[in-house]
Design a protein around this ligand. Structure first.
Ligand code: ADP
Length: 456
């Protein structure tokens, strides 16, 4: 067990954009000095401006800066930071990085390296959860070695199936396959792609579940192994397996199912020795069966909706847990209040197959008023670099119920003005105004199946 510190004096933030800003804000509220590391492309960015200290660590390409472990560790040691918050993406689930932090006497704000390693391999994680009795999507037991093995497993569970890279993430490394001949054709291609994208050709297979919702449980586990679930998020509005709008609580789960998913996540976390903040992800079918898909051992983009309905600041809890302190609340003090929705505003062009856009923001007017929260690093004159993901802003709306949250979100998106760069704001407005979204009966394949144009 780590020796409890009461709090950190100084934390380094190894990330950029809105999430770097989010962590700077949590540190400021806790009286912790913040150090932001940044690439040359982010020199004129809001986290760099608002942090207590900022250190340039390299060129724009991620491998030269946000993935440059020696440069990040040097910056931490030179600045006298005691801990590193990795945000999401980049090094946030990298067990080597967590290990290097430890070797240098720095606290990695996230699960310990051995926990990250255990949950890194999606195929092994599936096996571990299945072994303790958690329902997983039917599929292969471990990695597949040959195309004929894949064909045998697929035959047994039935098509369509999904080939998945064990090291995949962010909606990448997944392929739907609907017949044996397609599987035969795709096999080598899927392996080659996994090798080039993730440096690992390990592939496993799952049944492709149709008509399901993506439901994830937010958990926190302290150093003593006490696990708490802060309810679920529904992230069924996706495009190509990437989340674009999330809400909490899920509009369709029964109380019984909600409790059952929460209990499954906390029991599994406790049994498998999980530590810190994390998310257990499931697919849920119409009959209320749920199947585990993966663990995200980090803060997620959509953590905000959970914060809105619980009133608990997840980044502060993460910082607290990393010092070895217990959580600031007990499970009995968790109250779910109202409904929250998050829209990811991306620099991308829906009319051009959602191609990412770089450019300079001319005007930026953020919405405000009752129930609205904006997490964004935008400002007029901000140059959106082409090197990173396309997230510009998260608009989060809270209401006493779902209808009020939707109405507030629509009002906020009407107020939001971003010019100089193409965004997906109009697309979000169409989703929010559609009957299918308002009915709450959305499934993960909706947008891909109907086509974006169908949301009208
Ligand atoms: P990633 O780590 O890349 O986000 P996930 O395993 O979390 O990958 O899956 C992302 C999304 O892909 C899910 O929310 C779901 O929409 C879809 N998906 C994943 N596995 C399956 C499956 N077996 N059947 C149907 N859809 C799936």
């Amino acid at each position: 067990m780590r020796r409890p510190l009461l709090s950190f004096d100084k934390v380094l933030i190894a990330n950029r954009g809105e999430i770097a800003l989010r962590v700077v804000r949590a540190c400021r509220e806790m009286g912790i000095a913040s150090v932001v590391v940044y690439s040359e492309a982010d020199a004129h960015s809001l986290p760099v401006h608002l942090a207590d200290e900022a250190i340039c660590i390299g060129g724009p390409a991620p491998r030269d800066s946000y993935l440059n472990i020696p440069a990040i560790i040097s910056a931490a040691l030179i600045s006298g930071a005691q801990a590193i918050h990795p945000g999401y993406g980049f090094l946030s689930e990298d067990f080597d990085f967590a290990e290097v932090c430890k070797e240098h006497g720095l606290v990695f704000i996230g699960p310990p390296p051995e926990v990250l390693q255990r949950f890194h391999d999606k195929s092994e994680t599936r096996g571990a959860l299945r072994d303790i009795g958690v329902p997983v999507v039917p599929g292969s037991e471990g990695l597949l070695r040959t195309a004929s093995e894949a064909l045998r497993v697929a035959e047994a569970i039935g098509y369509p199936i999904m080939l998945k890279a064990r090291a995949g993430g962010g909606g990448r490394g997944m392929r739907r396959v609907s017949s044996p001949s397609e599987l035969q054709r795709m096999w080598e291609q899927a392996r080659a792609e996994a090798r080039s994208s993730f440096g690992d050709e390990g592939i496993y297979l799952e049944k492709n579940l149709e008509g399901v919702r993506h439901i994830e449980a937010q958990i926190l586990v302290d150093d003593a192994g006490a696990a708490v679930c802060l309810g679920e998020r529904d992230c069924s509005i996706q495009r190509r397996h990437q989340k674009i709008l999330e809400e909490a609580p899920s509009p369709t789960l029964s109380e019984e199912l909600r409790r059952s998913i929460a209990r499954t996540a906390t029991d599994a976390a406790a049994e498998l020795g999980y530590r810190g903040l994390g998310t257990f992800e499931f697919l849920v079918d119409r009959s209320g069966n749920f199947y585990f898909i993966e663990v995200n051992a980090r803060l997620q983009v959509e953590h905000t909706v959970t914060e809105c309905i619980t009133g608990i600041d997840l980044v502060k809890e993460q910082l607290r847990l990393a010092t070895g302190e217990p959580l600031s609340f007990s499970p009995e003090q968790v109250w779910i209040n109202g409904h929250a929705i998050e829209c990811r505003i991306n620099a991308e062009d829906p009319a051009n197959n959602f191609a990412p856009m770089a450019g300079t923001v001319q005007t930026y007017l953020a919405p405000s008023g009752p129930g609205i929260r904006i997490d964004s690093h935008l400002f007029p004159g901000y140059e959106v670099p082409a090197y990173y993901d396309s997230l510009l802003a998260k608009v989060i709306a809270w209401g006493r119920d779902r209808a009020e949250a939707i109405a507030r979100m629509q009002r906020a998106l009407d107020e939001l003005t971003i010019t100089g760069i193409v965004t997906n704001v109009a697309f979000h407005k169409r989703v929010l105004g559609s009957d299918i979204f308002r009915s709450g009966e959305v499934t993960t394949h909706l947008l891909d199946m109907l086509g974006v144009e169908a949301i009208a």
